[in-house]
Design a protein around this ligand. Structure first.
Ligand code: SF4
Length: 473
């Protein structure tokens, strides 16, 4: 089979990163190999996100730039997938007539059929069929040629929560969970190929398996914890209303479960939480954070916040700032509210002006930056075990410019903080420990969003050297 090249542009969340791996895996069956440049591709896929207006604009602007490429290379196939494709469907062909295929969030496993058809007949295809009763399709394990120590694994798809600002239930469908055996099999395959850490993905992992009567999410974590040679487990995202005591207790019990949770609060005002249809109060949220910290004193907590939701007054915004101070987050992802088609909040009155949203966002980010910096500063001088994750992005771009500099690598602590460090001196601290090794580092410097560390002599830890069979529950 002659190798053809595919370029995938992924926009959006980890779920899209995972879906892009699935796309690459399915199309590898047709002989497509990945390329890093659209100019050399025979097939270009844009995997889109519509959670915010900006992400949608980014997708359309990238697609618009492909018209020129298509004129130069008539055999080039261009596809758009993901949430924008699901949302806009056939309208995309009216707007961008050079696009060959529009495929929705539940059509990925049908891609090989459609691409083969386009190759043979040069036709246009739109497949945005949603089948809400369908079980989540089996995943295809896509493995890149370069070593990867950390991988995403989707355990469920869709969402049943219908938060007022969110389009996910409309573009990704109703919640469905994968069979636990299929998830375990996928992780075992990843581990056999060198993966050391998995991040389990779902819109609300806490409700895993409930609808289908499968095992609970806590039970699934216990099973995954027993997989030999897997070193670390993370998960995202947790809906606060479904975070239960069983799951909280596991942070103190499962040795591979990282001390980190992303727990989106969205607002600190009960009035706004109700309008958002979040189904919890700030008091309940704060109670869950206290329980997490009582169970696991060093757990890192991050969150999402939307500023300027319709009806948000100065007092509501103050309540959010007050909650941020109370929780003392390790990090925050904060966004300005934007209307999304089909989300109920589109029709809400009392929209907040753009200038007010900007002002509130700046105040909130400044407050969180100070907290993050102080938390990072408190780690200076401590010794942290990190899982190494390759060379830093800065290092890759600077490599050709200055080959005499020591290489700069990166890793994450058990609490998900990024630590950058030089691979110099000690012979052990060379290329082969840059990826997928547990390493002890002394934290020397705190930066705004990361830490700087120095590997200790003989720094791979006992767990890193001897393997991790002893981690099993
Ligand atoms: S829980 Fe709410 S915000 Fe999260 S995906 Fe579901 S509807 Fe969207």
């Amino acid at each position: 089979m002659i190798a053809k090249r595919i370029y995938i542009n992924t926009i959006g969340c980890q779920m899209n990163v995972y879906d892009s791996e699935q796309i690459a895996g399915h199309l590898a069956l047709l002989g497509y190999q990945q390329t890093a440049s659209p100019e050399t591709a025979d097939l270009i896929i844009v995997n889109t996100c519509t959670i915010r207006e900006k992400a949608e604009q980014k997708a359309y602007s990238f697609l618009g730039r492909l018209a020129r490429l298509k004129r130069k290379k008539s055999n080039l196939i261009i596809g758009i997938g993901g949430c924008v494709a699901q949302q806009d469907g056939e309208r995309i062909l009216g707007r961008l007539p050079f696009v060959d295929i529009v495929f929705g969030t539940q059509a990925i496993h049908r891609l090989p059929i459609w691409i083969r058809q386009i190759e043979e007949k040069r036709c246009q295809v739109v497949d945005i069929k949603m089948d809400d009763d369908a079980r989540a399709p089996e995943s295809i394990v896509g493995l890149h040629s370069e070593t990867q120590s950390s991988r995403f694994v989707t355990i469920m798809r869709g969402c049943d929560n219908y938060c007022a600002y969110c389009v996910v239930p409309f573009v990704r469908g109703r919640e469905t969970s994968r069979q636990p055996d299929s998830i375990i099999k996928e992780i075992r395959t990843l581990v056999a190929n060198g993966v050391k850490e998995v991040t389990l993905l779902g819109q609300n992992v806490n409700s895993y398996g409930k609808k289908e009567g499968l095992c609970s999410f806590a039970e699934l974590l216990v099973r995954i914890n027993g997989i030999e040679r897997l070193m670390r487990i993370r998960f995202t995202t947790s809906h606060p209303k479904d975070l239960n005591d069983d799951l909280i207790g596991l942070f103190n019990h499962l040795k591979k479960l990282c001390h980190y949770i992303h727990l989106p609060v969205q607002s600190g005002s009960n009035k706004i939480l109700k309008l958002m249809n979040r189904n919890y109060t700030r008091e309940l949220y704060l109670d869950k954070v206290s329980k997490l910290r009582d169970t696991c004193s060093d757990i890192a907590v991050t969150s999402d916040i939307i500023v300027g939701f319709p009806g948000e007054t100065d007092a509501d915004f103050e309540a959010t700032l007050d909650l941020i101070k109370a929780v003392h987050y390790d990090g925050l992802f904060a966004f300005k509210y934007s209307d999304r088609p089909r989300a109920p909040a589109v029709d809400y009155p009392d929209k907040v002006s753009e200038s007010q949203k900007n002002e509130r966002l700046q105040i909130l980010l400044a407050m969180q930056d100070a907290i993050t910096r102080a938390k990072n500063q408190a780690l200076v001088g401590s010794i942290q075990e990190i899982l190494t994750d390759g060379f830093s992005k800065k290092e890759i771009s600077a490599k050709s410019a200055n080959a005499s500099q020591p290489a700069q690598a990166t890793g994450r602590t058990f609490t998900n903080k990024i630590v950058n460090f030089y691979l110099d001196g000690d012979a052990e601290n060379s290329g082969d420990i840059a990826t997928g090794k547990l390493l002890n580092v002394r934290i020397e410097k705190a930066l705004a969003h990361s830490l700087w560390g120095k590997p200790l002599v003989g720094a791979t830890t006992a767990k890193g050297v001897k393997g991790v069979e002893s981690y099993a529950a």
